[in-house]
Design a protein around this ligand. Structure first.
Ligand SMILES: NC(=O)c1ccc[n+]([C@@H]2O[C@H](COP(=O)([O-])OP(=O)(O)OC[C@H]3O[C@@H](n4cnc5c(N)ncnc54)[C@H](OP(=O)(O)O)[C@@H]3O)[C@@H](O)[C@H]2O)c1
Length: 278
């Protein structure tokens, strides 16, 4: 069994490569810069997904990493008789695109799933909710600078999932047949409002942090400042609006599939406290 992992240096790909390699599974890890990638011993780094496909049994597809190559890669996987495709999609893939900030970044979570379903190959689609690491990009600069986090909708709810947990489910999907034909919504173990997420970070850091609602123009400026842009801010705000006073879905899929509880947001902050510390 040889598994090709695209997006292999990323939030999900890196822990996935590490977990597969630790389990003794042969891995071809795709990255634009193999020489700088620092994968575990035994992992083959590849700079071309198309070259990595011959002889592979399963492929993990990250649409951000694949960009315009996405459909060619699925077609090539079919031609090379790859047995299984595992898509990294998203819990909101079927929502209106105006409420999917990821689309502004060019991600194609709906398409990657549909290409897998239509491929005629065995497939699994992973549909994670918001990643825990998002809060580093969105909030860490504010938390390093002071005790207030500003953003939209204090009451908006999410159930952040830790990327290593997505990777653990992906490893299971790639190396067993148990999940074939499923679209699996993956969440963290708790729904928390923005106010509660900031409280968790404050408790871990031992600081009195507060979440304060910011007006839309300030939210836009913040997203522009961190490089994600005004359109991303608008889609993110629209996505959050849906979850105000409407607790985020919590699924037990991580625990059901991996046999161990999903990592809590507090555990994740505790393990990454240096990212938020002054
Ligand atoms: N963040 C969330 O809350 C969330 C929630 C649900 C679903 N998702 C979906 O998950 C996927 C992203 O997964 P991820 O966070 O693991 O990916 P990532 O870390 O952002 O990127 C994975 C790898 O892809 C390569 N890459 C990144 N941007 C690229 C670009 N513009 N062009 C070509 N290659 C690029 C980079 O590898 P090299 O530099 O080594 O080539 C990077 O390490 C997206 O489809 C996203 O919509 C995200």
């Amino acid at each position: 069994m040889t598994i090709v992992v695209t997006g292999a240096t990323g939030n999900v790909g890196r822990p996935l490569v590490t977990q597969l390699a630790a389990a003794g599974v042969p891995v071809r890890a795709v990255t634009r810069t193999p020489s700088a990638s620092q994968f575990p011993d035994g992992v083959q780094a590849a700079d071309s997904v198309l070259d990595a496909l011959p002889g592979a049994s399963a492929v993990f597809l990250n649409s951000r990493a694949l960009g315009p190559q996405l459909s060619d890669v699925v077609e090539s996987a079919r031609r090379h008789r790859v047995r299984k495709l595992v898509a990294l999609s998203a819990i909101n893939a079927d929502d209106d695109f105006s409420r999917q900030p990821s689309r502004v970044r060019g991600d194609r979570n709906k398409e990657v799933e549909q290409l897998c379903v239509d491929s005629g190959l065995e497939w699994v689609s992973l549909r994670p909710t918001v990643f825990a690491t998002n809060f580093v990009g969105m909030w860490s600069a504010q938390i390093r600078a002071g005790d207030v986090v500003g953003g939209p909708y204090a009451a908006a709810s999410s159930a952040p999932i830790v990327e290593a947990d997505i990777a653990a489910v992906a490893a299971h999907a790639l190396s067993t047949d148990e999940l074939v034909g499923q679209k699996i919504p993956l969440t963290g173990p708790q729904a928390l409002t923005n106010t509660e997420l900031v409280d968790v970070i404050g408790t871990v850091l031992g600081r009195p942090l507060r979440y304060v609602e910011a007006p839309p123009d300030v939210v836009r400026q913040r997203f522009i400042a961190i490089g994600l842009g005004g359109d991303f801010a608008d889609a993110y705000t629209a996505m959050l609006a849906d979850s105000v006073d409407n607790p985020a879905l919590v699924t037990g899929e991580v625990e059901k599939i991996t046999g161990r509880p999903a990592t809590t947001f507090a555990q994740w902050v505790s393990a990454h406290r240096q990212l938020f510390a002054k």
